[in-house]
Design a protein. Structure first.
Length: 364
């Protein structure tokens, strides 16, 4: 019986393979999205008017966006809730006078221009319950009664008002007698349009952020995606809208593609086919993009050769010249195998691919 042998034949060609690199992610900057989310209801204090506060409510991304609520990190005074032994609405209470007096005497005139409704207030029971336990804790003023601070909601009895025990952060809905002197821990709403926030120092400074423009000039053979930002953006007081470009057919962005950063605006190469312009301008920025590179078909490689099968089992084929810098796989395989720098043995007949970097050699 004659043994039929099938052979491996080889046809080498070198072509560019695009899109092997995964997309690169961008680092969110201070004004990108919501810069206050990581601070909400944590014991990381923010600074406003030279004083420390906890950020307990964030309305910066709502439809009526524009404020955050700050709560004094510690009690600022001690006061009765009411001088007569009965609960009254906060607007008529003794403690409101204490809150107003502290605001008038301790918040600077400049800072008051950024305070919503130009006042401070006490929290309700519901607002306190929405906070984390740790943010409700505080060290009490020496005049106050054993580490408690007032809320502006009624307690369980006619002469009680709700409060918080600062020692463990518990909200006491049944409250405390209104004639007792407890801590005063006021809050305020801050108009974000009237301040500049530094995420590095966690400081709110009164003033409007400077506005800048960004102009992006595309290179040849690239196209801006329809869903990305405009190439010309003006009146920017924070992060620009990302502008994304794709390489036209027959072109690609090589791995060493680079465009110099201009006044905080940088270019990120996401893949062989895409780049993104992004950043927060520190001054007016005009950035010109380098054109992508034209695809070429290099000469066929000479290092990879094939040795055909010699046995009846058709399982001793070889690829030679596959270096450790290359990867190979059979055409119907799902994954690539790294070359070892020596012959690839034990191959069955078929089509094999060998690649290095952004190119591959096709073995048929």
């Amino acid at each position: 019986m004659k043994t039929k042998k099938r052979f491996l034949s080889i046809l080498l060609s070198l072509v560019l393979v695009l899109g092997l690199m995964p997309g690169m992610s961008l680092t969110a900057l201070a004004w990108d999205g919501d810069p206050y989310a990581a601070l909400l209801n944590t014991t990381t204090a923010v600074n406003f008017d030279g004083k420390e506060w906890y950020l307990i409510e964030n309305n910066s991304t709502a439809v009526d966006a524009g404020t955050v609520t700050l709560l004094s990190k510690e009690c600022v005074a001690a006061s009765q809730y009411n001088s007569s032994e009965s609960y009254v609405e906060y607007a008529s209470s003794t403690v409101k006078t204490a809150v107003d007096n502290w605001y008038n005497n301790n918040i600077t005139s400049n800072a008051k221009t950024a305070v919503f409704d130009n006042k401070m207030f006490l929290l309700t029971k519901d607002q306190a319950n929405a906070m984390t336990t740790d943010t409700r804790k505080c060290s009490q003023a020496s005049e106050a009664n054993d580490n408690y601070w007032w809320l502006c909601s009624p307690g369980s009895f006619g002469n009680f008002a709700s409060c918080v025990y600062g020692g463990n952060g518990n909200v006491l809905a049944y409250g405390y007698s209104v004639v007792c002197a407890l801590g005063v821990r006021p809050a305020l709403k801050l108009n974000l349009s009237s301040v500049i926030f530094s995420s590095e120092s966690k400081t709110f400074t009164v003033g409007s952020a400077a506005s800048y423009s960004v102009i992006v000039t595309a290179g040849s053979n690239m196209t801006k995606t329809e869903t990305s930002g405009a190439a010309s953006q003006t009146d920017l007081s924070g992060t620009m809208t990302d502008v994304v470009y794709t390489a036209d057919d027959g072109y690609y962005f090589p791995t060493d593609y680079s465009v110099a950063t201009v006044n905080g605006i940088s270019v990120t190469r996401n893949s062989y086919t895409q780049i993104t312009v992004s950043g927060t301008p520190t001054a007016d920025a005009s950035i010109t993009l380098t054109a992508p590179t034209a695809k070429t078909t290099p000469d066929a490689p000479t290092t990879v050769t094939v040795v055909n099968c010699t046995t009846a089992d058709n399982n001793d084929g070889k690829l030679t010249g596959v270096t450790a810098a290359m990867e190979y796989k059979k055409s119907d395989a799902e994954s690539w195998t790294a070359g070892t720098g020596s012959d690839i043995t034990g191959l069955v007949p078929g089509t094999y691919y060998v690649r290095k970097g952004d190119r591959y050699d096709q073995c048929v």
